[in-house]
Design a protein around this ligand. Structure first.
Ligand code: DX5
Ligand code: ZN
Length: 218
């Protein structure tokens, strides 16, 4: 059964603490935190002080998705702010700097992952498969919640799960974007163990029912 990581991008930021407690009570496994810099993606969301505040508001595992250029510059600071997992886009810097970012996150004692945009092929993840704790496959263009799921990402997810089972079976595979009760079963069947859901959770009044619905969808 997949773990569900609600994305706070679709939460009411004026009531963020209550929103987080609502999904925690509702049975969320992780909390997904989207950090956007307005350069790597055409949107700006939240940064280090908000992660610090979230850390004080919950004991949930914080899965911090960095959609920022040159993530090495800030990786340690997000770890210190309270992230449990920090993921960096392979498109966001040189391969050497992406490796350095993962090493920095590990040196902080946190889990480290890589993220692939929709146009980035599975093979691009190869240099980091052995060292990553998670591979995140974007199933929408990063930047905004509420977009349509890209079903053509499913073969990429299956290919990555196959390769991970060969080189790093403990590595998690996560999908982000357009996850709902219709798409979740496709993703779990393809090998995803963690599903990020923004609008499908925070867009519903009953968050517990929303989380349960996605987790139990067949
Ligand atoms: C998009 C973010 C996602 C977003 C998903 O760039 O990475 O985490 O919140 O939103 P939904 O679930 O609404 O597609
Ligand atoms: Zn995300």
């Amino acid at each position: 059964m997949a773990m569900i990581a609600p994305s706070i991008l679709s939460a009411d930021f004026a009531r963020l603490g209550e929103e987080i407690q609502d999904v925690e009570r509702g049975g969320a496994d992780w909390l997904h935190v989207d950090v956007m810099d307005g350069l790597f993606v055409p949107n700006i969301s939240i940064g280090i002080p908000v992660v610090q505040s979230i850390r004080r508001a919950t004991d949930m595992f914080l899965d911090v998705h960095l959609m920022i250029v040159e993530p090495l510059r800030y990786a340690a600071r997000f770890c210190e702010a309270g992230a449990d997992m920090v993921t960096v886009h392979v498109e966001a810097d040189t391969p050497a700097n992406i490796t350095a970012a993962l090493e920095t996150i590990h040196a902080c004692g946190k889990k480290a992952g890589i993220v692939l945009k929709p146009a980035t092929p599975a093979a691009a993840a190869e240099p980091w498969l052995a060292m990553a704790d998670m591979v995140l496959v974007m199933t929408v263009e990063p930047g905004f919640g509420g977009q349509k799921f890209m079903a053509d990402m499913l073969p990429k997810i299956r290919a990555l799960r196959r390769r991970l089972d060969e080189v790093n079976p403990a590595c998690r595979l996560e999908a982000d974007g357009g996850v709902d009760t219709d798409t979740a079963p496709l993703l779990t069947a393809a090998g995803c163990g963690v599903l990020v859901a923004g609008s499908a959770v925070f867009g519903r009044a009953d968050r517990a029912a929303a989380i349960r619905g996605i987790r139990d969808a067949r």
